[in-house]
Design a binder for this molecule. Structure first.
Ligand code: GRF
Length: 197
């Protein structure tokens, strides 16, 4: 049985697009399939990118929904698509404990800093403003906290000589796009699926 992924996005979708390309003809080929891309925002550019690649998409607009109703819709969307592994890629919401516990140790996130040093939004701004000579992209499991889950992969980004935030982001994203497919591939090789999911 090949693991079925949901990729959760809120915006640009460049990590989602890279993962989908690696499933088509790269390190993730034959390792998993993308069952659905879910966006918390209807205007996320990543939705169109996913549709162009023939991937099913669902818009779960958070506005006007209370937390319990949102959790219900998210969990039922994941169940409808028989999702085994949830991959967060620029998803701008904190998953509720209910969702985390349902997919315990089967939710991954990419964070553009060392999660021990910086959590939450603005990680590239932080690295740039602090004039860090390097930063670390982190792929981690998602638990109930904000970027507190077990780290499964990290890779350094050299920031020496970077003179603008755009340059910091550009160097960081290049590393994100290498690291996320590799970390996901290695995570999937050690995953045991429960046939009842
Ligand atoms: C990335 O920098 C990712 O690390 C962070 O949000 C950004 C999403 O970018 N969690 P994209 O939507 O994948 O282009």
């Amino acid at each position: 049985m090949i693991p079925r992924l949901a990729i959760l996005i809120s915006g640009r979708g460049s990590n989602m697009q890279t993962l989908a390309q690696r499933v088509q003809d790269g390190i993730l080929a034959g390792q998993c399939e993308i069952a659905v891309v879910i966006s918390s925002r209807p205007d996320a550019a990543g939705l169109e990118l996913a549709q162009q690649m023939g991937i099913a998409t669902v818009e779960l607009d958070v506005r006007g929904m209370d937390k319990a109703a949102y959790d219900d819709s998210l969990l039922s969307t994941l169940a409808e698509h028989h999702v085994d592994v949830v991959v967060l890629a620029g998803y701008m919401r904190i998953l509720s404990p209910r969702v985390v516990s349902h997919y315990r140790n089967r939710i991954l996130n990419i964070h553009p800093a060392d999660t021990a040093l910086h959590q939450g939004l603005g990680a590239y701004d932080w690295a740039f403003e602090q004039k860090q000579p390097s930063t670390k992209i982190t792929v981690h499991l998602v638990d109930e906290g904000l970027d507190t889950g077990t780290v499964i992969a990290q890779r350094e980004v050299n920031l020496t000589g970077a003179t603008s935030l755009e340059e910091v982001e550009q160097r960081g994203l290049a590393v994100e796009h290498e690291l996320y497919p590799e970390a996901l591939a290695s995570f999937l090789t050690s995953l045991t699926l429960n046939p009842e999911n």
